[in-house]
Design a protein around this ligand. Structure first.
Ligand code: ADP
Ligand code: MG
Length: 319
């Protein structure tokens, strides 16, 4: 193993992304509202190696999409850094949940891919042949070049979304709920396409999904996110077979097929608290069935799970 193999392809260091919102005049004067800060991503350290898929799971609103967008450079970080092979250069492409919303309805596939190829510096005379190559790679053909997004099925549209990402020859792709909007019968086709691309090219994925079966099937490692923070990470098998964080245990207990734990379903109280005013100490304390005094007083530090390298949990119970 060379030195380079030890440097992750992508790494985030203390990454934060806050959204600041100014209330309107009425809210300010009548309701006395002040500026609000949504701490969507609040101190995330993770890494992804070449050829690896890191699955990112967590309930809606916990900051998954924001994290993905900051990592590929669509949003600037509020604090912290994203490193590509140890350098602070933006890189990576994004595949979105809803290909229909992310493809301009007035542009043909030729135009959509052409823009990307132009950005990559592919000369005009080579763009058609390169576009056809991209289409064939995602299971479409030259016949689709002059069609508009509305003329395609959902699955085909997502294939165009994948081709568009590939047009930039990325080594890293954030796939944000890439199959959530698709019929179940089509989901596997798109997931197989992504897996095949990884085998061929060694591209790395951050795979964001609320579907744990999808993440279990696709990921080498998994990170569990709760209210702007990672609460547990580890190899997929370890994390699914031996979840250490009460939040992960609750998530997995909802799908007994996957988790080997025979325990009954753990029902979490309430919903995810607001990222505007996260609870002190451990953010999960307001819903945790094992809450202790220290959980309110101190933020948990990362603890390695014994006998399982790379399996790390942020929980006072394990300290
Ligand atoms: N562009 C934005 N402006 C303001 N708040 C946002 C924006 N995007 C996301 N948020 C807020 O950040 C938090 C995390 O959202 P998001 O990253 O979309 O979560 P997830 O993808 O896990 O559902 C939520 O509270 C959401 O309302
Ligand atoms: Mg999202």
């Amino acid at each position: 193993m060379s030195m380079r193999d030890n440097v992750p392809l992508v790494q985030t260091v203390g990454l934060r992304r806050y959204f600041f919102s100014k209330p309107g005049f009425l809210a300010r004067t009548l309701a006395g509202q002040r500026e609000r800060t949504t701490k969507a991503v609040d101190g995330v350290d993770l890494f992804i190696h070449e050829g690896e898929t890191l699955g990112l799971v967590g309930e809606s609103g916990c900051g998954k999409s924001t994290l993905g967008r900051v990592i590929v450079g669509l949003y600037p970080p509020t604090a912290g850094q994203v490193l590509y092979e140890g350098r602070a250069e933006p890189g990576g492409q994004m595949i979105f949940q809803n290909p229909y919303a992310s493809l301009n309805p007035r542009h043909t596939v030729r135009q959509i891919l052409g823009f990307c190829l132009e950005k990559r510096g592919v000369p005009l005379e080579d763009r058609e042949s390169e576009s056809v190559r991209l289409l064939e790679r995602v299971g479409l053909t030259a016949l689709h070049l002059d069609q508009y997004p509305r003329q395609f099925s959902g699955g085909q549209r997502q294939r165009i979304g994948v081709a568009r990402a590939l047009a930039m020859r990325p080594r890293f792709i954030v796939a944000d709920e890439p199959v959530s909007a698709l019929d179940v019968s089509v989901q596997a086709q798109i997931l197989n396409l992504l897996e095949g691309l990884q085998e061929e090219t060694g591209v790395s994925f951050l795979l964001i999904s609320h579907d744990l079966a999808v993440v279990h099937h696709m990921s080498h490692r998994v990170a569990v996110m709760y209210l702007g923070k990672i609460v547990e990470t580890g190899r997929t098998e370890s994390l699914f077979e031996n979840p250490a964080h009460p939040y992960t245990q609750a998530l997995l207990s909802a799908i007994p097929r996957l988790g080997k734990t025979k325990s009954a379903r753990i029902r979490l109280q309430g919903t995810v608290p607001s990222a505007v005013d996260p609870p002190p100490g451990c953010r999960f304390q307001t819903r945790c069935p094992h809450k202790m005094d220290v959980c309110v007083e101190m933020e948990p530090r990362p603890v390695g799970v014994k006998g399982d390298p790379g399996h790390v949990v942020w929980c006072h119970l394990r300290a």
